[in-house]
Ligand binder design. Structure first.
Ligand code: BGC
Length: 794
């Protein structure tokens, strides 16, 4: 293979080489027809494969987000998930999936927490390793991201993270090290700087990544993270997105002038050729992947979602009997979040909400009780008629200088123009539909977007404005743009003609157009007090109340950190009021990251559902009815209040974010502070009972016999933590060193063995990796705070 790569390299002139090291498009690597290399689409990741465009006409399977996947504590599940991701990639002609996201949960405020696995480097690394192997086994590249210390979002393009060498090696770099060992073909470097140098130019790309670790794949820049032409002399191999910009003409001139050595370019090209060979884009055909039917994909997503749900509290109310009457309440019951916001967004073709999932499984009443936001939502397909086809949907016309370049019939009122080829050639997009009021009252009708926007209703212009973005972050401008609306009194059944005309604006250099355009509505709503009271009445009348609460896209998304851990709106009040009238209240939390739950000791059960992917409702019904156990354990410490969180701050000071806590992150920090969280790392309940006996230590392998002493099948996660009481170095009180998940039938016993890796005994010292001689203590149990078995290991 390497000889062939050298031959191909020799055939390329400088222009040919430079064409390969920048993207050909927004989500597309360049090819070279004379060498027989096809262009290679690549796609976000990590919880589904969007493809090159955001288009509901080509939907994607939406998988549980990172925190949910890690909450399974079951890397073996990733074999199936990886096969599905690879199958989705192949179906969409994609050669690399931009994931997994393996930065750490340093602070619960981090906006992309939901996308990352855990606060613990070992749990993160085990999941990351399994993800990479599982996807690449089918000839599709994974792309672990973002290398490195991209653990929060505030000023993400410019923040300079100061982190000591030991914390970097033991915590933040470790998951990347393991994905290199797992054979990752591509790694994405981050927007931020570390110790003064932006990551696309940072020496950490040379050492340890390409040096000691021997990474021979492609380092791709995060989108627009390449800042200069001169950076081509450094470790980033592929500048995204394309078409070539900083590394195009200006770089050709710099190489010709001898300012940048051609050998530096050659190294990048070799890596890209190697990548092309690996993914089957070089003189070959990509490897066949498994094929999933819609039903198979839905079944897998549903199983994983249930395996990920963490039952942190249960006084015996769960599982529910099939004849229990349920008042299903809370804003997220009918309008849940299946996935987190930002580049991880995919457009699923099938979803089940909690209301849909529980209907037919349990006798149900439902109202939201609280509406989370005053924002417009995209007009639902069911109330739109395309005036040209008479079918549900809208017609989108793309115009350039008043000439129509193309017309699309779309099944969504939220158009993402980024990456849409027609939009790239146009200066205006016009959306037209007939909206039908399905209930009478005051309807809000308007738009979300940026640029010159005009809204006509029944031929009359009701809004016309030049709207500026509210934030300089493209992710926010795209997914969370400013909104405007008018109010119209409509009777049920009334129809109005709506036309939204939006200019298509250029965005930041190198990114092309940026915008999305949404035709939004807000239905007439019951008065807030009446709605709240109605929910409490339903709770009073039912055997059990299930309240589904959650975060919004505004507060938990890429591009922004959170400023509070409180649930938005009056959700805390709703739970408290419901719990006061119904002692059998179950709260389901639909968030990607921790939220405060001030009512947690006053309710009968609390189930954390994360962003569980498209089959939320079906998986929730399985867990609530006991068809499946909730299989999750906390991958991150769940605080009682924000004030208790030992490592919180994500706001840089004069551009610098100092990781002054060093290695004490997550449960390590909680243990050091001596503060009790609401629920500790590793915690989670099932529906059966367990005994664990006979701890045996042989060298660095610990074994324990696990018995299911209850009357139903269940999952047990054995966790092993090391500590070193009289250590000469500063250490956490204890740290995760191994874990395994077992599922057993009632009465069944199994002896599980954990081989604790050498690295678990090492620390990064002045001489590199060092092992303190002598004895370590190993403790086994079900969370970092429940460790009944103790032994020594040397
Ligand atoms: C994100 C990446 C993502 C890329 C392409 C960036 O803003 O940080 O995670 O892969 O966009 O969408």
């Amino acid at each position: 293979m390497e000889d062939h790569i050298e031959e191909l390299l020799a055939e390329l002139d400088l222009d040919g080489k430079l064409r390969l090291i920048s993207g050909a498009g927004l989500f597309r690597m360049a090819g070279d027809p004379t060498l027989g290399i096809t262009e290679m689409p690549i796609s976000d990741g990590p919880s589904g494969v969007r493809g090159e465009n955001w288009d509901e006409r080509d939907p994607s399977v939406s998988l549980p987000s990172g925190t949910a996947i890690a909450a399974t504590w079951d890397p073996a599940l990733l074999t199936e998930i990886g096969a599905l991701i690879a199958a989705e990639a192949r179906r969409k002609g994609v050669y690399a999936v931009l994931g997994p996201t393996i930065n750490l949960h340093r602070s619960p405020l981090g906006g992309r927490h939901f996308e990352c696995f855990s606060e613990d480097p070992l749990l993160t690394a085990e999941m990351a390793d399994a993800y990479v192997r599982a996807v690449q086994a089918h000839g599709v590249s994974a792309c672990p991201k973002h290398y490195v210390a991209n653990d929060s979002e505030t000023d993400r393009f410019t923040v300079d993270v100061r982190v000591d060498e030991r914390a970097l090696r033991e915590l933040y770099l470790y998951p990347f090290e393991r994905t290199v060992e797992a054979g990752a073909w591509m790694i994405m470097d981050a927007y931020n700087a570390v110790d003064g140098t932006t990551m696309t130019e940072n020496s950490l790309l040379d050492e340890p990544l390409k040096g000691t670790w021997g990474f021979d794949g492609v380092v791709v820049s995060d989108w627009t993270a390449v800042r200069t032409t001169e950076s081509a002399a450094r470790g980033t191999d592929l500048c995204m997105p394309g078409p070539p910009y900083l590394w195009g003409e200006p770089l050709a001139a710099a190489v010709r002038a001898g300012e940048i050595a051609e050998s530096a370019i050659d190294d990048k090209v070799r890596r890209i050729l190697r990548f092309a060979q690996r993914v089957g884009a070089l003189d070959g055909t990509p490897q066949a992947t498994p094929v999933f039917s819609d039903e198979q994909a839905q079944d897998l997503v549903r199983r994983v979602a249930a395996q990920a749900m963490v039952l942190v509290r249960n006084n015996g109310v769960l599982p529910l009997n099939s004849d229990t009457t349920v008042a299903l309440l809370g804003p997220s019951a009918g309008e849940p979040r299946f996935l987190g916001g930002g580049s991880a967004t995919v457009i699923p073709g099938h979803t089940t909400t909690p209301v849909e999932g529980l209907t037919g499984r349990l006798p149900l009443t439902h109202t939201a009780g609280v509406h989370l936001s005053e924002d417009l939502v995209p007009a639902p397909l069911a109330i739109m008629t395309d005036p040209e086809t008479g079918e549900p949907g809208l017609s989108a016309r793309y115009l350039k200088d008043n000439t129509v370049l193309g017309i699309q019939h779309r099944g969504t009122s939220r158009l993402v123009l980024l990456g849409e080829p027609l939009a790239a050639q146009s200066d205006t997009v016009e959306m037209r539909t007939r909206l039908r009021a399905d209930i009478g009252g005051d309807w809000q009708i308007g738009f979300g977007g940026v640029g010159h926007i005009r809204l006509d209703i029944d031929g009359e212009t009701v809004l016309a404005e030049n709207v500026a973005p509210a934030s300089s972050d493209p992710a926010a401008a795209l997914l969370n743009p400013p909104q405007r609306h008018v109010t119209r009194m409509l009777a049920a059944g009334d129809e109005i003609e709506v036309r939204l005309v939006t200019s298509i604006e250029a965005a930041m250099p190198g990114l092309g157009i940026l915008l999305g355009a949404t035709l939004g509505i807000r239905r007439p709503q019951r008065d807030a007090e009446e709605e709240f009271a109605a929910a409490v009445e339903l709770a009073r009348a039912a055997d059990t109340a299930v309240v589904v609460v959650g975060t919004t896209e505004q507060i938990e998304s890429e591009g922004v950190d959170r400023i509070s851990l409180r649930l938005p709106g009056r959700q805390d009040d709703l739970v408290a009021a419901v719990a006061a009238v119904n002692p059998r209240t179950v709260v389901v939390v639909n968030s990607g990251a921790p939220v405060e739950m001030p009512w947690r000791d006053d309710v009968a059960a609390v189930l954390l559902a994360w962003f569980p992917g498209q089959e939320f409702g079906a998986a929730l019904a399985d867990v609530l009815t006991g068809a499946t156990e909730p299989g999750g354990r906390l991958p991150t410490t769940w605080p009682g209040t924000m004030a208790d969180v030992p490592v919180l701050n994500t706001t840089p000071v004069h551009g610098v974010l100092d990781y002054s806590e060093g290695i004490h992150v997550g449960y390590r920090a909680w243990l050091r502070a001596g503060t009790e969280p609401a629920y500790p790392f590793g915690h989670g309940l099932g529906y059966t009972t367990w005994s664990t006996d006979d701890l045996v230590v042989a060298d660095r392998t610990v074994s324990l016999t696990v018995t299911n002493t209850g009357d139903r099948r269940g999952k047990h996660v054995v966790q092993a933590y090391l500590s070193r009481p009289d250590s000469a170095v500063d250490r956490p009180a204890r740290w995760l060193a191994g874990f395994t998940a077992v599922t057993l039938a009632p009465g069944e016993s199994r002896t599980v063995s954990l081989s604790l890796p050498d690295r678990a005994f090492q620390h990064w010292g002045p001489g590199g990796w060092e092992t303190e001689p002598g004895e370590f203590t190993v403790q086994l149990g079900t969370s970092v705070a429940d460790l009944p078995h103790t032994a020594s290991v040397s």
